[in-house]
Design a binder for this molecule. Structure first.
Ligand SMILES: [Zn+2]
Length: 830
């Protein structure tokens, strides 16, 4: 009994959670579910700020229960988040989170859009957010998305009336949605998108509220609900074998980089929507009063008359029975005057024709990557596993050029394979890597070519169009060319076919700190993007810096092969910052990109091209002491940064902390969030304090105020708060000008607080014993001065320092002043 049941569960699980990039192969009941979606003519758009903000329960409800064409517009790609699956941060994390959203949508059935706004990090309110986002551009992108997607209803995740109570991006997303709602039918607002997509007026705008926006369940129960619509989202879908809550959890669990694994729920579940604009539905149907039948469209009645009865008479044993009816509807759908719905419904109908017909077509490239304008081999596999008469008429490339037109019958269940040579042509964009990273943007905005704005990813550059003939109807089907291979452990592995440059080069070390006048060697890795390539590699450098040799020659035989070259880089005598940029010259063509790859099982393999560079900084820096012990916390790159300025750094095993074990270190540094993540530290404080008492220096970096393994993290009383200063340009006031931490061995001045990245710091203490000296004062606009960012106390013969300053961001970013201040902390008392 047990085994078959378990097996069936697994099967269902795999049928809905397709391995990233593998083609969907729906079961008969999933085909039935797709037919229900085909017969619903209405759309809903969900709007929030980040990947993972979206309420997948409501999105899945709209797709799978209501059957609406549903999309999530995430204003950003989530570059500013954390990464629990690997080392990628910033733009590469944004690529991962973009793909996680796309995988989430594959599960719940929605579509995905973005704007050009960049998740630059935390902001306390929408005003601060709009200092970084170019508001008119982001608003224009929201307006364009609404005009393009034409939602009947729009649902905001966040409350536009609550600035300051949540992340500024959240409130800003709701404010943008509200503003856009009122202008999408006005031709004078963003006239370009008005001309391209036409005007549109959504019928309703909702705010997807819940008790937590009211502070507590009790408050929510007491609240006035006359403007709220409630919908029951706990449905069970027998065709999918899942409840709505279970689909929502599978979808939510795709946000793996954010640690959002979620367990499915069953049973009734109510969602509340507050009406912000439009007329309130008279019942709990969000589309009440909106015609969502085929009759909505001119010429739609006839289509509905053909397609609606198919649901009633669906044959789960043999879905191909409905193929003649689908083929009958095909010319009518192709002739719909409404171009918006024609495109959507034609795609859905064609997919159903293939799925009902049991027709499998796939185009597999021999190579995993190609260069622009290159010939490459593709194997086409076509098999007809249904009972219709099907002829494969022709195969065309992305530009519509005929590649094969020998018309062959596809007999029942006979696997046909064709070898075709495809020329890749030159595309726009040229390469398949994420389009929003092709050019450097600003802190708050991506640079994107106009034609691609809003798209979740770069469109697949290489596709083939197959013409299939059914009776006297010939229907074109377009398929992405993919790459796949067999892995001995995983089995069939699918990857996107990528269009990449002939050669790329990178400097593996992204920030190089020069703490004295000595020259350093810098490695440059050249990677071939094709077989047999040669040329020269040189390093562009800032003025005053010297690089030798001026160029080197390379020769690589195979695509994917790499070779490392070293250059000697000599800094100028004075403090200086700039960038080294590898430049490859091959046959007179210049290549200046580097290739980063991202390989996780839950998302498709990603090749990301970025402008190739490394930051160099010559810093006027003096230091005392040499041996640093480091207690790792949640993970940061401080040890590598300290090594760059000449310190020896040793990792300390947290289960083996004693005053004797530490006595030979000049200073002990505690990594970020160590008191949140390292259980052993609950018992280590007496030993750490003893080490300080004996003359050591202990530096503790930021911890979050909640979830500490001990409240006792200093020799004197110290209380953490949620105080933070997010504006990296905010003025820094020097409170203790005579303190050694500001004077020896480096004299710290205002200049040392210039050029900081992302923020000043976070979770500053707000109460401390009188033994502590507050060193710096800082604040965000309109807030009171914080004084807890850097606290220094003498204890016994040594020093204890607590700092919430974001050294974990500033040192890896090569900020000179942050290095000089950190060196002073390490040198104190020496
Ligand atoms: Zn968020």
């Amino acid at each position: 009994m047990h085994k078959p049941f378990f097996f069936r569960l697994l099967f269902l699980f795999f049928s809905i959670v397709a391995v990233a990039q593998a083609p969907k192969k729906p079961t008969a009941s999933e085909i039935y579910h797709d037919l229900q979606k085909l017969n619903f003519v209405g759309s809903a758009l969900y709007i929030a700020a980040h990947p993972d903000d979206e309420n997948t329960r409501l999105i899945s409800y709209l797709v799978n229960d209501v059957h609406a064409n549903t999309a999530y517009l995430s204003i950003t790609r989530g570059d500013g988040g954390q990464n629990l699956v690997g080392p990628e941060l910033r733009e590469l994390l944004g690529v991962i989170r973009t793909q996680e959203l796309l995988e989430a949508r594959k599960i719940d059935g929605g579509h995905q859009f973005f704007t050009r706004a960049n998740d630059f990090g935390y902001s306390k309110n929408p005003e601060e957010t709009f200092e970084f986002w170019t508001k008119n551009e982001v608003l224009g992108d929201v307006v364009m998305t609404i005009r393009k997607f034409r939602p009947d209803i729009i649902v905001n995740r966040f409350d536009h009336r609550s600035p300051g109570s949540t992340h500024g991006h959240h409130t800003a997303s709701a404010m943008l949605s509200l503003e856009a709602f009122d202008m999408v039918d006005n031709a004078s607002k963003f006239p370009k998108s008005a001309a391209e997509y036409g005007l549109w007026k959504p019928q309703r705008l909702f705010f997807n509220t819940s008790w937590w926006f009211y502070g507590s369940q009790e408050n929510f129960e007491k609240a006035d609900k006359k403007n709220l619509v409630s919908v029951e989202t706990g449905s069970y879908f027998p065709a999918l074998g899942l409840s709505n809550g279970e689909i929502a959890s599978l979808s939510r669990s795709m946000h793996k980089s954010q640690g959002f694994g979620s367990t499915g729920s069953r049973g009734t579940e109510t969602e509340y929507l507050e009406l912000l604009k439009g007329s309130k539905p008279s019942d709990n149907n969000l589309f009440e009063g909106i015609n969502t039948n085929w009759s909505r469209l001119e010429g739609g009645k006839e289509i509905g008359a053909i397609l609606n009865p198919l649901e009633e008479n669906f044959n789960f044993k043999n879905p191909s029975e409905m193929l003649p009816q689908l083929l009958k509807a095909y010319p009518l759908v192709s002739n719909l005057k409404d171009t918006h719905w024609r495109k959507i419904k034609l795609e859905q109908l064609k997919q159903l024709i293939l799925d009902c017909g049991g027709i499998f077509i796939e185009a597999v490239s021999e190579a995993n990557s190609i260069n622009p304008n290159e010939n490459f081999k593709v194997t086409v596999e076509a098999v007809n596993r249904g009972n219709a008469d099907v002829v494969l008429r022709s195969v065309k490339n992305s530009e519509g050029k005929m590649l094969w037109n020998e018309s062959t019958v596809l007999p029942f269940n006979e696997d046909k394979k064709l070898e075709i040579t495809v020329n890749s042509g030159v595309h726009n964009p040229k390469y398949s890597s994420p389009y929003w990273l092709n050019e450097k943007g600003s802190v708050g905005m991506y640079a994107a070519p106009e034609a691609l704005i809003g798209l979740p990813e770069t469109p697949v550059l290489e596709q083939l169009t197959f013409e299939l003939q059914f009776g006297n109807a010939t229907i074109p089907f377009t398929k992405d060319i993919i790459y796949k291979f067999n892995d001995p452990v995983k089995g069939e592995v699918y990857r996107p076919l990528e269009v990449l440059p002939e050669v790329t080069a990178s400097i593996p070390e992204k920030v190089l700190i020069f703490a004295n006048d000595e020259a350093e060697t810098v490695s440059v890795i050249v990677r071939a993007g094709k077989d047999s390539i040669s040329g020269t590699i040189s390093l562009q450098h800032p003025e005053g810096w010297q690089v030798a040799p001026s160029q080197q020659t390379f020769q690589l035989d195979r695509n994917g092969e790499t070779k490392t070259f070293t250059f000697t880089v000599t800094p100028p005598r004075s403090q200086s910052e700039g960038f080294l940029k590898p430049i490859v010259n091959t046959e007179g063509k210049i290549f200046d990109r580097e290739l980063a790859t991202i390989n996780y099982e839950h998302i498709p393999y990603q090749s990301v091209l970025l402008p190739s560079e490394a930051k160099v900084a010559k810093i006027d820096i003096q230091k005392k002491g040499q041996n640093i012990g480091y207690i790792n916390g949640a993970g940061d790159a401080i040890p590598e940064s300290l090594k760059q300025i000449g310190y020896s750094v040793t990792a300390i095993d947290p289960s083996n902390i004693s005053a004797e074990n530490l006595q030979n270190f000049d200073a002990i540094v505690v990594g970020i969030r160590a008191y949140n993540t390292v259980p052993e530290l609950a018992f280590a404080q007496p030993a750490l304090n003893k080490y300080v008492e004996n003359g050591g220096t202990l530096i503790v970096q930021y911890n979050t105020s909640r979830g500490l393994v001990t409240e006792n993290l200093a020799p004197y009383e110290l209380k953490l708060s949620r105080d933070r200063v997010t504006d990296e340009f905010s003025e820094v006031k020097i409170l203790a000008p005579e303190n050694p931490v500001l004077n020896t061995p480096n004299k710290i001045t205002q200049k040392d607080f210039e050029g900081w990245a992302q923020e000043r710091g976070l979770y500053f203490p707000d109460e401390w014993a009188k033994e502590f000296t507050p060193i710096l004062g800082m604040r965000d606009k309109g807030e009171k001065m914080t004084k807890g960012s850097l606290l220094v106390a003498k204890y016994g013969k040594g020093y204890y320092i607590y700092t919430g300053l974001s050294f974990f961001r500033e040192l890896p970013a090569g900020v000179p002043g942050a290095y000089r201040l950190f060196a002073n902390m390490l040198s104190i008392g020496k």
